[in-house]
Design a protein around this ligand. Structure first.
Ligand code: NAD
Ligand code: DAU
Length: 351
């Protein structure tokens, strides 16, 4: 069998960088090509541990540049794709939906087209799309998202991800492309850009700034440590069945306000502050437009069929995450300088 040359898109982002590191270190026999155009969310600092590895290459390419995409396929003889590159932040999708259509929809179709053209004989090549549980919409108090739950995306972000999932299935059905999709719940852990709830609160607690909780803080998310998601992607890539969808989640539902309280308590302890100090920073602000109430994943299919399960308890994962941010001040300082300041004041000043 010829050597695998796997194109991982979005490998400089939060989840992508964990996937790249796992594949480069675990599979020296593969060549891993990280394709990323380095938006505000992409950061090569996330990849220091593997940047000099023989089986790793980086290509700074935008998914919208089809000529450059085709060149990467030729240059690296790409055999498989794991597609993570996306605009990923719901709040940004509310203020600029078109950017999400461009990268998440058109970018995905560009990648599907190049893969189809380059592979010709589609047998033996896998196109793996990494997607989100938000495509299923919002739950009430009961029930879980299963792989059979009808799509019902509610935000411009989730509409764009649902659309890209549909295109991936359409390429499997129409052209016989071998595809697999996984839909995962909220990730947390090292290297997450501090626009998302958990790293934003860690950063603000550290700097004694208000902790903005949308609405009443009663919205519920299911949380999974990012390394567990990367391991699930490894499992699905190697043992998932072509044409299938796998839900990935932590069976770990939390109300936003309870997560923020947990962060405050753990941070008080780690910073040597009196218990209750950080909770005084909690500030209820104007709700997110169209805010989905609850996400909860039924991950029993991937557990039963592929044997994957989350390894880390939430409190332990949060503790590891805080420790990472506290000992990587330069990383946090770099990503929160410049444009972040403008994003933060534009987004939070009138809430
Ligand atoms: P992220 O925003 O941290 O990283 C996205 C990466 O994609 C960045 O490195 C960025 O530079 C790159 N990128 C964006 N537009 C690009 C373009 N046009 N061309 C090339 N590269 C481009 O995202 P993340 O949180 O790591 O999410 C990765 C994937 O996983 C996304 O597809 C997202 O929808 C999905 N997902 C995320 C979560 C989560 O909780 N973060 C959960 C489930 C699924
Ligand atoms: O469910 C998977 C999805 O999880 C991924 O597909 C997305 O890429 C990822 O961004 C995440 O989406 P959320 O919108 O759930 O994540 P976020 O961290 O932005 O928000 C988590 C919850 O916290 C949500 O209910 C909104 C709330 N929130 C968020 C921010 C940024 C606040 O209350 N205050 C905030 O400042």
């Amino acid at each position: 069998m010829s050597k695998k040359s796997i194109l991982i898109t979005g490998g400089a982002g939060f989840i992508g960088s964990h996937v790249v590191k796992l594949f480069v270190q675990k599979y020296p026999e593969y060549h891993i090509v990280n394709l990323d155009c380095l938006t505000y969310a992409g950061n090569l600092e996330n990849l220091r541990e593997v940047e000099d590895s023989k089986n790793y290459s980086f290509e700074k390419v935008d998914l919208l540049d089809t000529v450059a995409l085709a060149t990467v396929f030729e240059k690296h003889t790409v055999t498989d794709v794991i597609h993570l590159a996306a605009e990923s932040h719901v709040d940004r999708s509310i203020s600029d939906p078109l950017a999400f259509v461009q990268t998440n929809v058109i970018g995905t179709v560009n990648l599907l087209n190049i893969s189809k053209q380059y592979w010709k004989d589609l047998e033996g090549h896998l196109f793996y799309h990494v997607s989100t549980d938000e495509v299923y919409g919002s739950l009430g108090e009961d029930g879980f998202f299963t792989e059979q739950t009808p799509y019902d995306p509610q935000s411009p972000y989730s509409a764009s991800k649902a659309s890209s999932d549909h295109f991936v299935r359409a390429y499997a059905n129409t052209y016989g492309m071998q595809t697999v999709i996984s839909n995962c719940s909220n990730n947390y852990g090292p290297n997450q850009f501090p626009e998302k709830l958990i790293p934003l609160c860690i950063h603000n607690i550290k700097n004694n700034k208000p902790l903005p909780i949308y609405g009443k803080g009663e919205n519920i998310r299911d949380w999974l440590f990012v390394v567990d998601h990367a391991k699930a992607i490894d499992t699905v890539f190697h043992t998932g069945k072509s044409g299938e969808t796998y839900n990935i989640g932590g069976f770990n539902e939390w109300k936003n306000i309870d997560i923020v309280r947990l962060l405050c308590d753990q941070m008080d302890e780690k910073l040597g502050q009196e218990k209750g100090t950080s909770q005084r920073l909690i500030t209820f602000v104007k709700d997110r437009a169209g805010h989905d109430m609850r996400y909860a994943i039924d991950a029993s299919k991937i557990q039963k069929e592929l044997g994957w399960e989350p390894s880390l308890q939430f409190e332990e994962g949060i503790s590891k995450t805080i420790d990472w941010y506290l000992s990587n001040e330069d990383w946090l300082g770099n990503v929160t300088s410049g444009n972040y300041q403008k994003y933060y004041s534009d987004h939070y000043q009138d809430r």
